[in-house]
Unconditional design. Structure first.
Ligand SMILES: Cc1cc2nc3c(=O)[nH]c(=O)nc-3n(C[C@H](O)[C@H](O)[C@H](O)COP(=O)(O)OP(=O)(O)OC[C@H]3O[C@@H](n4cnc5c(N)ncnc54)[C@H](O)[C@@H]3O)c2cc1C
Length: 424
């Protein structure tokens, strides 16, 4: 019998630490073939005429894939990189390298699952199996105290039950060495122009605080966060009456440059006796992320409610208001400052996301899905379940939970100022 090779399809899991598909492939096969596809679908425009991926996230992604390649090379491996539809590329590579199975981490949002279904169908024609792993959440699906269909829709109940009855698994070890077959054409890492971006599209945009994509940068950011919190110099941010902390880990978490379990255990192990308020908040925030993913798993597309048609009839001015909101020209200073920050840096803190989303929905009466689609383009940390889930909540999909969750303390300016956009 010949050697067994397993293809590891990297998607939003761009790391070598705590990565089950990589570790399992090493265990089960003689050789491992790591592959990443830049799928052109993600660089097209969506139905609301926004790019699915803005230029800042594209840059962050390129950096993250480059670092994955570097880290794999440090273990003796190589990352095959292609630009194209994974349903065409993966079967071709699988044939070329006589692969016996393909591993990937299962996604939950419908665009991502559509892609893996197409890949699965194409591989099946070659009698190859696409094996799905669960690896994007803090709590493993199989350790939940309820089946997916019975997960409480209330975050409060979800949190209470999980914290009482479930455990976070330990991280998996980072592989020492990874054996690969002889690779003839590993492929180049694309630059922004090969993904369809023009250099002038960058405009005034700049990466927030110079955050760079990739696993190493993510691990460093976590270390700095932990050190700051131990030395008690983690600076609280203030917004209206609220005080909160921001770890700025979201962009790395979204691309899987760092695992949630790694964040969790680093925080816990560095502070076995007493978690400080920012550390406690960080752990709860990770749970919010799990919650939205599990809600998507439970409800599928139903989690995103249909548009209330009276919204549009009432608001013939919708396009005008939406365009001004996007450009940071509503005339409401606080909202405009938030939108300018989003447009320039690709990052805004959680409460500002809530405030500007709530303003779009409740004051400007614009279809919330347009706002969510705009965030999809602009956010460096865009993650389907987190983005669409948060927007759906603010739009009142589940008012009881949303009102508990929403920090409804937009500065008075937002509600008191009458502006041209609102009046128009
Ligand atoms: C309208 C709207 C859209 C959003 N879109 C996204 C998105 O596309 N991607 C995204 O990662 N987050 C999204 N969030 C959630 C949240 O705003 C960001 O995760 C957070 O601001 C990132 O900053 P941080 O890393 O400093 O978070 P921290 O407060 O330090 O939290 C740590 C981590 O927990 C997770 N997290 C925190 N809050 C939430 C939340 N409410 N929902 C889900 N996960 C959370 C994130 O992974 C975050 O990195 C959105 C929130 C709103 C209101």
């Amino acid at each position: 019998m010949g050697e067994k090779t397993i293809l590891v399809w990297f998607r939003n899991d761009l790391r070598i630490h705590d990565n089950e598909i990589l570790l399992e492939a090493i265990k089960k096969a003689d050789k491992v073939l790591p592959v990443y596809c830049f799928d052109p679908y993600y660089f097209t425009k969506n139905e609301y005429n926004n790019y699915k991926t803005g230029i800042l996230r594209a840059q962050f992604l390129i950096e993250s894939v480059s670092e994955l390649r570097k880290n794999l090379r440090n273990k003796g491996a190589e990352l095959i990189i292609r630009i194209g539809d994974p349903a065409l590329i993966l079967p071709k590579i699988a044939e070329d390298y006589q692969v016996s199975e393909v591993y990937h981490h299962r996604e939950v949002a419908h665009e991502e699952t559509n892609i893996s279904e197409k890949v699965e169908a194409a591989l099946w024609k070659l009698k190859l199996n696409l094996k799905h792993f669960i690896g994007h959440t803090l709590y493993h699906k199989e350790d939940l105290p309820f089946p997916i269909k019975d997960i409480p829709d209330s975050f409060v109940l979800f949190k209470k039950k999980i914290e009482r009855e479930s455990i976070v698994r330990q991280c998996l070890p980072t592989p020492e060495i990874i054996k690969i077959p002889t690779i003839t054409n590993a492929g180049e890492i694309p630059n922004l122009s090969s993904l369809g971006f023009m250099s002038d599209m960058l405009g005034n945009s700049s990466n927030p605080q110079g955050l760079n994509g990739g696993e190493d940068a993510a691990l460093l950011q976590l270390k700095t966060n932990i050190k700051d919190s131990i030395q008690n110099n983690w600076k609280p941010l203030r917004n209206g009456l609220n005080t909160y902390y921001s770890s700025k880990l979201s962009a790395w978490i979204a691309l899987g440059c760092i695992s949630l379990r790694h964040v969790y255990w680093e925080v816990i192990n560095n502070n076995p006796e007493h978690l400080s308020p920012p550390q406690q908040q960080l752990i709860v925030d990770l749970l919010w992320r799990d919650y939205f993913r599990f809600m998507f798993k439970k409800h599928g597309q139903k989690f995103i409610p249909p548009l209330n048609s009276s919204f549009i009839e009432e608001n013939s001015n919708e396009t005008f208001a939406f365009e001004h909101w996007k450009m940071g020209k509503t005339g409401v200073d606080y909202i405009d400052a938030i939108m300018n920050e989003l447009n320039e840096t690709g990052f805004i803190i959680n409460s500002n996301r809530q405030i500007t989303a709530s303003f779009l929905i409740n004051t400007l009466k614009v279809d919330w899905r347009k706002g969510a689609a705009y965030f999809e383009e602009k956010l460096i940390d865009y993650s389907p379940a987190s983005n669409w889930g948060n927007w759906a909540f603010i739009a009142g999909y589940n008012n009881a939970i949303a009102s508990k969750y929403l920090i409804a303390t937009a500065p008075s300016k937002v509600t008191e100022n009458k502006t041209s956009v609102i009046n128009n």
